[in-house]
Design a protein around this ligand. Structure first.
Ligand code: XMP
Length: 327
């Protein structure tokens, strides 16, 4: 660990817009010095860390930044569209949007082992990003949304994608403007940079995305059931004022069916499992006591609006024994 990876003991915690503004000005100056008129590439997932890094770099070097957004088909409803809207349309960024949905889903076809699924998603992500990086002429810098807990927990390796790194012939210099910040500070900076609230206060989302919530071998129809039910859950939690209050909430659609009945016809459909948990560090978690009327409303909407579903269940298991995700 080099000194530049150690947060100075006297570094003030960024808790106010004024402190965020000072940080932004300081980082823009430092990045301009580091990068000069060089070119930078960034994998922009739309999560808070990479979004804040993108917004900082857009201010510092404008079009010399290329953001690559890889849509692997496992993102939540509306997220790829929001990345394009915020960064290309509103911030005028140089954004490459890669529709890699078929590529990922074809690779994942019939793969049911959770660790194999994770590895495929991670490895494919690196491959797609590498292909795009090679298209940008003269790129010398790689920007990353590394934050301080990444440095403390995994020696500076952003743990998102769970596999390797860039190929050896890629000799990038790293640009990591938020590497000494904690998550809450990144959010204050994001707010000051004008990013939308639902990006800044976004709940944690695993690198393999909805892939770990569509258990077993992923099929397109079941993946859609995960995406649609997740969107309903998020919408209803937001309406009920729970957004930003419950640490993580999502739905899971397991790869088994049960009988049901609708309009006098027998059904053989999937269940949707709702999970909503609170935690400080994701090592242990307690279950959110969601009010019954809200659970009921979400259930009714899922059963009417999501195709192929005939049951809704609420996961009452704390961590331990259960993990937060289902795979
Ligand atoms: P578990 O399921 O282990 O999850 O209790 C703890 C936290 O980690 C997230 N998670 C992941 N994040 N890649 C990630 O980037 C992954 O493969 C992954 N698996 C779990 C999970 O969402 C929770 O916040």
């Amino acid at each position: 660990m080099t000194d530049s990876n150690v947060r100075p003991k006297d570094m003030e915690r960024i808790t106010t817009p004024a402190l965020a503004k000072a940080f932004i000005d300081e980082q823009i100056k430092a990045m301009k010095e580091q990068i000069g008129d060089g070119k930078v590439i960034l994998a922009l997932s739309g999560g808070v860390d990479s979004s804040v890094v993108a917004a900082l770099l857009i201010k510092a070097i404008g079009k010399n930044l290329t953001c690559v957004h890889v849509n692997h088909g496992l993102l939540r409803k509306g997220e790829p569209e929001q990345v394009v809207k915020v960064f290309r349309d509103e911030m005028d960024a140089n954004l490459v949007y890669v529709d890699a949905v078929d590529r990922f889903l074809d690779k994942l076809k019939d793969v049911s082992d959770p660790e194999k699924k994770r590895k495929i998603i991670g490895a494919e992500f690196i491959k797609v990003f590498e292909e795009e990086a090679r298209k940008v002429e003269g790129v010398r810098f790689l920007a990353q949304g590394t934050i301080y807990p990444d440095i403390l927990e995994s020696n500076g390796v952003k743990a998102h994608h769970n596999v390797g790194g860039m190929p050896e012939d890629f000799d990038f210099e790293l640009v990591e403007p938020v590497k000494l910040l904690f998550k809450d500070e990144v959010r204050v900076v994001g707010k000051e940079l004008g990013l939308p609230d639902n990006m800044v206060y976004r709940q944690p989302f695993p690198g393999p995305g909805l892939g770990v919530r569509c258990t077993g071998a992923i099929t397109r129809d079941r993946l859609e059931a995960v995406r649609e039910s997740d969107a309903i859950l998020r919408e209803e939690f937001a309406k009920a004022g729970l957004e930003g209050k419950v640490w993580q909430y999502f739905t899971v659609v397991p790869d088994y069916r049960s009988t049901g009945v609708k309009d006098g016809k027998r059904l053989w459909d999937w269940p949707v499992i709702i999970r909503a948990v609170n935690t400080k560090d994701a090592m242990t978690a307690t279950v959110e006591e969601v009010p019954w009327p809200l659970l009921n409303k979400i259930t009714q909407r899922i059963l009417t609006e999501v195709k192929g579903v005939n049951r809704v269940l609420y996961d009452l298991s704390p961590k331990p024994c259960a993990t937060i995700e289902w795979e």
